[in-house]
Design a protein around this ligand. Structure first.
Ligand code: ZN
Length: 80
């Protein structure tokens, strides 16, 4: 499940149950509604993906779920 974290090195996903291999900027980044999920951080977030999610992104998927199911996030179409 996707994770939203800002570009601060210390806020990269780590120690998570799932392994995140790469990120994609959400629609409109940095003027986005997706913000870093870390406590006390108010920076726009990057959408971190597992290998399975990133493969789907490379195959054209643009809508991804967060682990909590509270919302989904949309990213632009892949641009080779
Ligand atoms: Zn952050």
């Amino acid at each position: 499940m996707a994770l939203c974290r800002c570009d601060e090195k210390q806020h990269k996903p780590k120690g998570t149950k799932e392994e995140y291999i790469n990120y994609v900027k959400p629609i409109g980044y940095p003027e986005t509604s997706s913000f870093c999920g870390r406590k006390n951080c108010n920076k726009p977030g990057l959408i971190w993906m597992t290998k399975e999610e990133y493969d789907k992104y490379l195959n054209g998927q643009t809508l991804f779920s967060y682990a909590s199911s509270v919302s989904k996030v949309k990213v632009p179409k892949v641009n080779f």
